[in-house]
Structures are given as structure tokens and as C-alpha cells.
Ligand binder design. Sequence first.
Ligand SMILES: Cc1ncc(COP(=O)(O)O)c(C=O)c1O
Length: 441
Amino acid sequence: MTDRWTKSRVLLARAEKSLPRGVNSGVRATCPLPLYFEDSWGCHVKDVDGNQYIDYSLAWGPLILGHRHPKIVEAVRREAGRAHIYGAQHELEIQVAEKVQALVPCAENVVFASSGTEAVQLALRLARAFTRRNLVVKFEGHYHGWVDSVLVSNHPTAEEAGDAHKPKAVLGSLGQVPNACDNLIVMPWNDPGVLSDLFRQRGQEIAAVILEPVLCNSGCLLPDPGYLEVIRDLCSQSGALLIFDEVITGFRLSLGGAQEFFKVKPDIATFGKALAGGATLSAVAARRDVFDLVLDGRVVFGGTYNGNPIALASALATIEELSLGGGSLLQQTDRMGQRLMSGIRDAASRHGLPLIVSGFGAAFALHFTAKRDLRNYRDTLQDDPHRLREYVFRALAEGLYVLPDGRMYVSAVHHEEDIEETLRAFDRIFSGLADRTRPRV
Ligand SMILES: Cc1ncc(COP(=O)(O)O)c(C=O)c1O
């Protein structure tokens, strides 16, 4: 097939002979066409066919300062000239830990690993060890990485998951140990009554509640006002630990993450993505007494690449840049994102397309749905997947690189002119979508 993505198609066909499905992460295969890239700068990427895009994927989130930010490039270059990895201690570990401590309310202590998945694994282990309990509560539609213990009910079908108020725990993958479900209870998001009932019945068995404070992995759904506070109280009353998975919200929703934004302090929090502006780094921040179990060796925590100097150099540069002017870059990012959200809503209503745009300025999602309100994962199951796919395809053709699930990430280097160009493109995209769906006479 000859079109604007010919070289990408050729590379994908070649990749499929050496890489399963041609990609290195399952979600990347869900793009209408997995593209190949060869250059990036600021909020732009260029594919191998020479097409340029305004990037709203930000590599699925990490690039809060955009591609190749000069401060990050300089810091990484400087560190790479000194060390690639020590497998031992160095001062950058302390410097970044001190920054996280100063910014994140729950961060009495911090440790570093490489991926969000590993950070979650440690958080769950710490919670179970600290409470000497096993059960963990998670919420339907929330994603916390791909390890067996927690890849449950992240995206089940309604048939698999059963009653919306009493969802079944559904394994996320073939090959997972089946008893992962035995150790988790899955709850509907934004339903304080059901959760309170659970705590009344089984509160003393619950080690932890883990959640995405904004449900970014199923359409960027905000918590209802007061909901996080209810969960905090239930955990405190029963002795369970509250874990905020801030892999997406951290260093994005605000400098101190969702816990600072919503003023609800968890016992443990996990970070990744924006933390290091694109380098491979994650962190767990928690109460000091919870970390005592690591300190005295009773909780095992390892990782060859933990505390990697190059990743930490990137993190330090990112946090320093984000901290300038009291966090003004994240405020500006939010403003740009909010402008985009309202412009997209306006474009949809001009073209008569039913659409909900949910989330916050720096991370939001488009839902092609006739519903008026989205409060939990089940509500999002009524989104129209065919219209979403067509929108993504048209967006790519218009020079917008968006994620296949409707999510858009906005960085600190998306400026007014990028937003205006994007909104003009949305007008054309929605005009095309509306034409296709208008009944033919
Ligand atoms: C909220 C959340 N937690 C954990 C993870 C896992 O992080 P990683 O992909 O770095 O392992 C992700 C990844 O998207 C995430 O969004």
C-alpha cells in the first residue's frame, strides 16, 4: 500500500519477523498504524516518511518538558561523561531524594527503581509486610503495571466483570497465576457506599487500597469531590495503608502530585513517567516507619539499575526546571491543556458530535459517547470504539500524534501557536467524522 506512511509500513512488516507483533509493548500495537520515528524536538516528532506531528502522546506520559529539553540533554550528557552506572551510591541519589522529599507530602523517605511496575510491586510488598495482612483493594479500570499480582480488572468487558456495583476480579492476561485474583478485591470507582460496606465487613483483613487518584488509564476520570477523603478515612480507621499510584499524576497534576492537589496524604505513593522527563526512573515515597522494614532487611527490594546516575541526572534537571517560579511551568501546561479541552468541546458541538472531554489540563481524554457524565470505568464502556479509531487515524493524517485510547498529554513546551494549530486541525477532523456519520440520502 502506498500512502503517506509507506516507510513505516515497510519497517513494521520487517519488525514483525523479529519482534512479536512488531512492537515492544502491547498497547503500541493498538495504534491504527504503529509508526516509526526518526526525530523529535520540543512538542514535535517526525516519522520515517518525513511526516511531522504535534506530539500529544509524550511517549505515553514521561515527556513533561517535551523532547530533548536543553537542560535535560545537558545534564544527561554531563553525567554520561562521568558514569553510566555504578551499582553503588552517588550524590545524585540524595539530591533527587531530597527534592522529592521537599515536594511530595507523603515522602518521608524515597527509593528509586526503573519502571512504574517495579515501584508498584514494592509498594504492595511494603503494605502487606507492614500490616501483616494480605488483601489489597483496587478499582475497576485502574492500571498499576503488568505484574501478575495487580494486573486484574484493568480493562475487563462488562460480561466478564458482572455486576457494576460488585465487580468480579478479572485476570488481565493469559499466563498469569490464577490466584492473583484471590489476593485482590475489585471495587467500582467513585462509589463510597460500596467501599464503606466492604470496610465494615472485611476492614481488618485489608492491607492496602491502591488507586490512580485521577483514573488516567480509563479515560482520565476525576475523583468525585470528597471521595479520596472517604477512602483516606476508611484506611486510617481500619489500619490499612493508602497507596496513591502517581505514575501519571506525579510531577504533572502539580509538583507535589495528586496528593498535594487534592490535599489527601497517602501512606505510600509511586512515581514514574514525568519524574525523570523521559529517562528510565521510578520512585516509591512513603512514611518512614513503613520504610523501616526495608531498612532492617525484612522487606526485600532489589534492582541492578536502581539509582541509575543518568536517569537521576535527567530527573534532577526535570524537577529543577519544573520548580522554577514556584511551579509556573505546570500552571502554564494546565492553562494550555484547559484551552485545548474547551476548544475540542466547542469543535465537537459545532459539528454535532457527541463528545465528553475529561481530565485535567496536562492529561485528558476524548470520549465519543452519548452519555452526559462519566464517573467510572463502566460508564466508559459505552464509548464508541469505531469512532475513536477513525478519529485517531484522521488525527494522524492531520499531523497530530495522539494515543489510541483517546488520551492526550500536554507538555510544558506546547505553546499558544501549537494549541491554535491543533484546534484548526480538530475542526477538520470533526468535520470529516461528522460527514461520515451523517445519514446518506
Ligand atoms: C498509573 C500507572 N501505574 C503504573 C504503571 C506502570 O508503569 P511502567 O509502564 O513504567 O512499568 C503505569 C504505566 O502506564 C501507570 O499508568
